[in-house]
Each structure stands twice: as structure tokens, then as C-alpha cells.
Ligand binder design. Structure first.
Ligand SMILES: Cc1cc(-c2n[nH]c(CCNC(=O)c3cc(-c4ccc(F)cc4)cc(O)c3O)n2)ccn1
Ligand SMILES: [Mg+2]
Length: 214
């Protein structure tokens, strides 16, 4: 059976990236997906907004929803201080071994825990099963129609604290209108919009930052 696109991305990283060098893994994925096969990595342009927000949050415990090939997990984990950790939820079992391998090549396996499952099933387990008290940073990059209900679920599970920073990808394309409606009309969040472009394309997109005020 011929290989998947995600397998071809892993092949390219495995062949071209410098082991243990996260920047070289990111550059390799961006080159491959920019030149050969588009893929839904947050990419190098939106990646800078992600970097800045992670640096602002300086999280001890970070959550990502939508691991895919591990590109944003590497972007986040490479900026984490010692003993800080990233939990990343992925529902598609095909992507998980590929993400694990790519994160391993970047030398960041110690900092990243990939959890297989649907966000709505995993979020309620984070406190007890994954020993999370509260989340300092959350990157929403999973099913766009789950951004709003999962934000509410994070609140209900007591996983947000005063100052927790949420960053959401794809606000314009594919779009997350219910999330925008919810978060911008909720006085408990301070929202900032970052107009940008869809990964590897001249298509408008945006990211939304929302700081939980408790
Ligand atoms: C329910 C649940 C779900 C998950 C989960 N894990 N992995 C994902 C992937 C979600 N991501 C996307 O669908 C996505 C799509 C595009 C896109 C697609 C097609 C186009 F033409 C243009 C743009 C661009 C992007 O940047 C995206 O992020 N969800 C994990 C846990 N629980
Ligand atoms: Mg995305």
C-alpha cells in the first residue's frame, strides 16, 4: 500500500533534519509542505504568533488539541523551561506514531506527552489521570466546531486559572465562528485577534488569543 502524506513528511524529516535540532525539523517540514505537499501544520508564519504567545505565557503545563504530525508540539516544546511539559491530544491513530517519531527526531520526547482520543473525552481526565492542576497555556488547533464546547469544558473542569492563555488557530479559515461568538461576548476573557494567512497559502486566516480572567 503506498505511503500516506504524513509518512512522506516523516521520511523527509528523517532524511533531511539534524537529529536533536528542533529548528531544523521545523524548517524541513515547512520546506516540504511549502514546496511539495500542503499539510495542516500551523506553519512558519502563524508559528511566529504561536512562539510569541508561548513566550508570553511561559507555561509550566501546556495543552495542545490537534497534534497532527507534531509540528506545533515542537514549536511549543522547544520554548518550554526545564521541567515544563506539553500534553497534546490527537484523535486520529494514524498520525500518532508519525508525530511521536518527528518529535523524537527533534529531541523533545521528554517534554511532550501525546494522548490519543477525542478532546471531550480527554479533558475531564486531565486532573486525575494526567496530574494537571491548571493549564497555563492552551493551543486550540483541533476540530473547529469543538473550540467553543471544549473551552467551556476546560472552565467546567476547573482547568483554567486567572491568566491562563488560550490561542486558537484557523479563526478565519476553516473558521471557528461559534468560538469567536462565545469568547468575545464573555467578559471573563480578554481577546486579541491576529490577522495572518493560512499555512503555506495566500489565503487569509487569523489566530485569536484569549486570556482567562477567572
Ligand atoms: C475532537 C478532536 C479532534 C482532534 C484533532 N486532531 N487533529 C485534528 C486536526 C484539526 N485541524 C484541522 O482540521 C485543520 C484544517 C485545516 C484546513 C483543511 C483543509 C483546507 F482546505 C484548509 C485548511 C487547516 C488547519 O490549520 C487545521 O488545523 N483534530 C483532536 C482531539 N479531539
Ligand atoms: Mg490549524
Amino acid at each position: 500500500m503506498d505511503q500516506s502524506k504524513e509518512q512522506r513528511i516523516l521520511n523527509s524529516v528523517s532524511y533531511n533534519a539534524v537529529k536533536g535540532d528542533p529548528e531544523s525539523v521545523l524548517n524541513c517540514i515547512d520546506k516540504y509542505c511549502g514546496q511539495y505537499e500542503w499539510a495542516m501544520n500551523v506553519g512558519d508564519e502563524k508559528g511566529i504568533i504561536l512562539d510569541k504567545t508561548v513566550e508570553e505565557a511561559d507555561p509550566t503545563v501546556a495543552l495542545e488539541m490537534g497534534t497532527y504530525c507534531g509540528y506545533s508540539a515542537i514549536r511549543i516544546a522547544r520554548l518550554l523551561k526545564p521541567n515544563a511539559r506539553l500534553l497534546s491530544i490527537e484523535f486520529n491513530p494514524e498520525f500518532i506514531p508519525i508525530a511521536k517519531e518527528i518529535i523524537e527526531i527533534a529531541g523533545l520526547s521528554e517534554k511532550v506527552t501525546i494522548i490519543e482520543g477525542h478532546s471531550q473525552d480527554i479533558i475531564p481526565q486531565l486532573k486525575k489521570k494526567y496530574e494537571v492542576e491548571t493549564l497555563d497555556f492552551v493551543f486550540l488547533d483541533h476540530w473547529k466546531e469543538r473550540y467553543a464546547p471544549d473551552t467551556i469544558l476546560l472552565e467546567e473542569c476547573g482547568l483554567l486559572r486567572k491568566g491562563s492563555i488560550l490561542l486558537a488557530d484557523n479563526i478565519v479559515y476553516p473558521g471557528a465562528p461559534e468560538f469567536i461568538k462565545y469568547i468575545r461576548s464573555n467578559s471573563r476573557y480578554e481577546c486579541t485577534s491576529y490577522p495572518t494567512f493560512l499555512e503555506y497559502m495566500k489565503v487569509e486566516d487569523a489566530m485569536e488569543k484569549a486570556v482567562y480572567m477567572g
